[in-house]
Design a binder for this molecule. Structure first.
Ligand SMILES: *[C@@H]1O[C@H](CO)[C@@H](O)[C@H](O)[C@H]1NC(C)=O
Ligand SMILES: *[C@@H]1O[C@H](CO)[C@@H](O)[C@H](O)[C@H]1NC(C)=O
Ligand SMILES: *[C@@H]1O[C@H](CO)[C@@H](O)[C@H](O)[C@H]1NC(C)=O
Ligand SMILES: *[C@@H]1O[C@H](CO)[C@@H](O)[C@H](O)[C@H]1NC(C)=O
Ligand SMILES: *[C@@H]1O[C@H](CO)[C@@H](O)[C@H](O)[C@H]1NC(C)=O
Length: 497
């Protein structure tokens, strides 16, 4: 058995001592507790006389949890001792939703898809820089010159398409991972779909966009554990937006792979950087930023740093790929507007500053501004939204659909942490962005910023082996949520059986 799956068991003598001690405490402070124990004993007596478990008890909850297995009180004396040893409990305090089994897929579905010969981010090649550091990327050591103390140590050059590696790595290291598929509640498919499909997105060859996806499904469907629930207890991670995988949903039927249209995928949960709101199996998770603290202390230090930063400008706009923008793209309008309003707005043009090599080029302007403009690009959200929030800047959105994502991660009330300005009103000149933002008082801005700062732990990916964690990061929230959902579905299926 995998050593990680074995729960630490207290020594029997200590355990009995502490149990007796806690019973004593309970007895003195809760007389009703004794009644409850008597009731349990009566139940146990009836069960051992009947020698069959009551029908309404699911098997797994009647088996003792591993931490109770060595309690000597009942052993050798009760009839149950004659039965073979029960399987370990599926649900424990450490893993309340059970354990995950990660498939040992052939490397052609993951490792081989990562380009090995460029380890640094490269503006012209989206596949570069993914391989370094399990997907976290190279350390952003240039920040040593711009950030005080040790703050730079939490920063990396993280590729926005590296989520498949990050999640795979975290799952392999997870304390709720099991190497025994029979003990698993859920099954992880470490297929790097975004990398597989991304290579062919701009080709004419439609079949190339689907090839890896089909091969992976053939492989996984041949597994006995798939057949048990037709994949509904399986999950995976996709580092590209959902529209790159829904060719058959696309009106032109031309863009992307048809991976998420394939019948076998209809029950598989996927973490994805931007979901299709009409599909319950898409669970949107934050884009990775470059901020990956290793300890709670580094996180708290960073939160204090962004809270106290002297923000000299009202707002900022960061232009990344302006070559591809149409004439009427709101991003172009905002970029020009920001330049015109240079006393209030700090503009960054990544075509001029090398934003991939120099993290200061984007981080410092975000730290220096109260708000950051987030006009919609090709899709509704982007990595930039998270970079803005990690720097403690308040995001300004222009379409309501931007709020339909990340409900597990962002605050429920949009007003509490962001500003919404109607795109149409900006375009037709009814409102000026600067005037809208100037209307917020210092206290209102501070309240929003505090909410943003509170949210930081939920939207970042820790560096693993992070020591003792007292908070859940975006991965933990996503993982726990998916496991809980799969567990509930299994219990429901058992109940109906
Ligand atoms: C990486 O290797 C491939 C194949 O050997 C080559 O085509 C590509 O140009 C290389 N990329 C870089 C950035 O060196
Ligand atoms: C894709 O097809 C179009 C029209 O069929 C053609 O003009 C274009 O050159 C093709 N592109 C590639 C990369 O093959
Ligand atoms: C899985 O799908 C097949 C074919 O659609 C169906 O016959 C079978 O009952 C399904 N099994 C479960 C457990 O849902
Ligand atoms: C990185 O960007 C910062 C802020 O724009 C700038 O001050 C610094 O000179 C840049 N460093 C390099 C090495 O280009
Ligand atoms: C501008 O757009 C808003 C929202 O669509 C609309 O209510 C308003 O009447 C428009 N104003 C002008 C002057 O066109």
């Amino acid at each position: 058995m995998d050593s990680q799956t074995v729960k630490k068991t207290p020594k029997p003598s200590n355990f009995v001592k502490s149990t007796l001690h806690s019973i004593k405490i309970h007895f003195s402070s809760h007389p009703r507790f004794w009644l409850f124990i008597a009731f349990l004993w009566a139940q146990a007596l009836i069960i051992s006389i009947a020698r069959t478990p009551p029908l309404c008890f699911p098997d797994r909850s009647s088996s003792p949890s591993p931490s109770l297995r060595y309690v000597p009180i009942h052993s050798n004396t009760t009839p149950a001792a004659a039965l073979p040893e029960p399987p370990p409990a599926l649900y424990t305090d450490d893993c309340p939703s059970g354990r995950v089994f990660s498939y040992d897929l052939p490397p052609s579905f993951h490792r081989d898809l990562v380009v090995p010969n460029c380890t640094d981010l490269d503006f012209w090649n989206w596949e570069c820089g993914i391989i370094s550091n399990h997907g976290y990327g190279r350390a952003a050591s240039e920040l040593r010159r711009t950030l005080p103390a040790d703050l730079h140590k939490s920063w990396y050059h993280t590729n926005q398409f590296s989520l498949e590696l990050l999640f795979h790595h975290r799952i392999l290291k997870h304390n709720c991972r099991t190497l025994d598929p029979d003990l698993a509640t859920a099954f992880y498919i470490p297929f790097y779909a975004g990398l597989a499909v991304g290579k062919h997105l701009w080709d004419n060859d439609t079949s190339a966009k689907d090839r890896h996806c089909k091969m992976m499904l053939t492989w996984v469907k041949s597994q006995p554990y798939w057949k048990k629930m037709n994949g509904s207890d399986h999950f995976m991670t996709i580092s590209r937006i959902t529209w790159d995988f829904r060719r058959l949903t696309d009106p032109g039927k031309s863009w992307g792979s048809s991976f998420l249209n394939m019948p076998s995928m209809q029950k598989v949960i996927r973490f994805i950087v931007e979901k299709y709101p009409g599909d319950d199996m898409d669970l949107s998770v934050p884009y990775p930023t470059g901020f990956h603290p290793k300890t709670t202390e580094s996180l708290i230090q960073w939160q204090g740093f962004v809270r106290d930063y002297n923000r000299k400008k009202l707002f900022s706009f960061i232009a990344t790929d302006d070559k591809n923008w149409g004439k009427n793209d709101l991003r172009r309008l905002m970029s020009d507007y920001c330049r015109r309003e240079s006393s209030s707005c700090v503009a960054v043009d990544c075509g001029v500053s090398d934003c991939t090599k120099n993290s200061s080029a984007t981080l410092i302007p975000l730290l220096e501004s109260e708000f950051c403009l987030q006009p919609k690009g090709e899709s509704y959200t982007s990595k930039a939204v998270f970079e803005c929030m990690v720097a403690g800047s308040v995001p300004v959105f222009f379409v309501k659909t931007s709020y339909e994502q990340y409900e597990w991660f962002l605050p429920g009330e949009p007003d509490s942490y962001s500003v919404f300005i109607e795109e149409e009103e900006v375009r037709n000149g009814t409102v000026a962005v600067k005037e809208v933002l100037q209307r917020f008082s210092k206290e209102e801005i501070q309240r929003k910023r505090e909410r943003v700062i509170e949210t930081i732990p939920r939207i970042i990916y820790l560096k693993p082996n992070a020591g003792i964690k007292s908070f859940k990061d975006a991965f933990d929230i996503a993982f726990d949520g998916a496991m809980e959902r799969i567990k509930e579905e299994k219990e429901w299926a058992d109940f109906l059986r």
